[in-house]
Design a binder for this molecule. Structure first.
Ligand code: ZN
Length: 66
């Protein structure tokens, strides 16, 4: 699985990017967004993407970039 994201107009292609969810070992398949100030992207696996979508709110209380 390859995911694409755009940072400051530059497209980056990510492959084998791990889910940013705490302690999740899965490969990320969906980019949530980019924290522009630090140039970091947040991406999660399908499972967590669905979980976040189901919450339907911005709060991701266990979400960190560890
Ligand atoms: Zn995950």
């Amino acid at each position: 699985m390859t995911i694409r994201t755009t940072i400051d107009g530059r497209e980056e292609t990510l492959s084998e990017y791990l889910c940013d969810w705490s302690d999740c070992p899965n490969i990320a398949v969906e980019v949530l967004g980019v924290i522009r100030s630090v140039g970091m992207r947040a991406a999660v696996c399908a499972e967590h993407a669905a979980l976040i979508a189901n919450r339907n709110q911005a709060k991701t209380d266990r979400f960190d970039s560890a």
